[in-house]
Design a protein around this ligand. Structure first.
Ligand code: DAH
Length: 357
């Protein structure tokens, strides 16, 4: 009996899974098990023999049974421990955020320009993209016979046969918003007007739809000096450099007098644009003092009020700042391009936290 005991307790200790435990149980305590056969042999014993052998066999049977139960529980505990170890998950880790989309460079640059001019006290004004001939041209001192109309490659809408009113146009610039904002709010005023504009033109640097931002500041005491300071502040903040040099080149626009095109000093060394150094000049915008006829057309008295206006190509300054070579790609909706040039959606440009950082 001692041999049986040490044999089975040993085998139970060595068992590594539930199946082998079950096999051991059958082998020892099953109908034809070793212990069961011993129990059956009790019948052939003398009463005296039976008195000692009976309780001893029962005790052995109990001992093997509890050995099996204990081992089964131990195996289950070990299996659970192993599972907890391999399926471990740190639920305190921060959620991993992977926004799929990006902010288009045009939207990014519009936000950057807005942040810069908001800091100088300008608010944002908007106007329609389908504009009347009057707002787009006449009110801006571009009468019907003016060559600027032909130069602008304007898209005209269709009028029904017999309707002799001038057709509407897809606005060719953001300047008409100057008139609309003055009509709505009067002077003094300080606004910028970002938005889409349209011209029939298409090559590496022209698309039929592009973006401009117009600036307008009207008050009783505004001069070219204010224009120059504002533009310098703007260029420094936008290109994120401490020093810039602007060159005001005499020019002509029907809606400003005097008019100036503004260039910034730059270098193109190694094909990379650096603003504020070098021997090259880069034209970035048109500007001037608002023509008295334009103020008049908007219902503002030019003998009291005067001010400056400017117009910048948003796509153009986006290409310059972010080194984007082809304008047409802006509007191709090519996901690879958008992922490469797009901006993280949660980085809102502000002057204090950095425009593009
Ligand atoms: N409207 C002009 C254009 O589209 C740009 C422009 C030039 C706007 C001078 C202005 C300005 O406000 O003063 O080419």
């Amino acid at each position: 009996m001692d041999d049986l005991k040490s044999k089975y307790l040993g085998l139970i200790a060595e068992a590594t899974d539930e199946n082998s435990l079950e096999e051991l149980r059958v082998q020892a305590l099953g109908k034809k098990g070793e212990i069961s056969l011993q129990m059956r042999s009790l019948g052939q014993m003398t009463p005296e023999e039976r008195q000692t052998a009976g309780p001893a066999l029962n005790a052995l049977k109990d001992e093997i049974n509890s050995g099996l139960i204990a081992k089964k529980a131990a195996l289950a505990d070990a299996a659970l421990d192993e599972r907890l170890r391999t399926e471990w998950l740190d639920v305190t880790l921060p959620a991993r955020m992977r926004p799929k989309g990006t902010i288009h460079p045009i939207s990014q640059v519009t936000d950057e320009v807005t942040a810069i001019f908001a800091d100088m006290g300008f608010s944002v004004a908007e106007g329609p993209q389908i504009e009347s001939d009057w707002y787009n041209f006449d009110a801006l001192n571009i009468p019907g016979h003016h060559p600027a109309r032909a130069e602008m490659d304007t898209f005209y809408t269709h009028r029904a046969a017999g309707d002799n009113r001038p057709p509407h146009v897809l606005r060719t610039h953001t300047s008409p918003v100057q008139i609309r904002a003055l009509e709505a709010n009067g002077a003094p005023i300080r606004i910028i007007c970002p938005g889409r504009v349209y011209r029939a033109d298409y090559d590496q640097t022209h698309t039929p739809m592009f973006h401009q931002v117009e600036g307008l500041a009207i008050d009783t005491d505004i001069s070219m000096a204010n224009l120059k300071w504002c533009l310098e502040e703007f260029v420094k903040a936008f290109f994120e450099v401490d020093n810039v040099e602007l060159r005001f080149r005499a020019s002509h626009f029907p809606f400003t007098e005097p008019s100036a095109e503004v260039d910034i000093r730059c270098s193109w060394e190694g094909g990379v644009l650096k603003v504020g150094e070098g021997d090259d000049w880069l034209e970035i915008l048109g500007s001037g003092m608002v023509h008295p006829k334009v103020l008049q057309a908007a219902g503002v008295d030019p003998s009291i009020y005067q001010g400056f206006a400017f117009g910048v190509g948003i796509d153009r300054i986006a290409m310059l700042k972010y080194g984007i070579p082809d304008l047409r790609a802006f509007f191709d909706s090519d996901l690879r391009w958008l992922r490469h040039y797009g901006f993280r959606s949660l980085d809102v440009p502000t002057l204090d936290s950095g425009l593009s950082a």
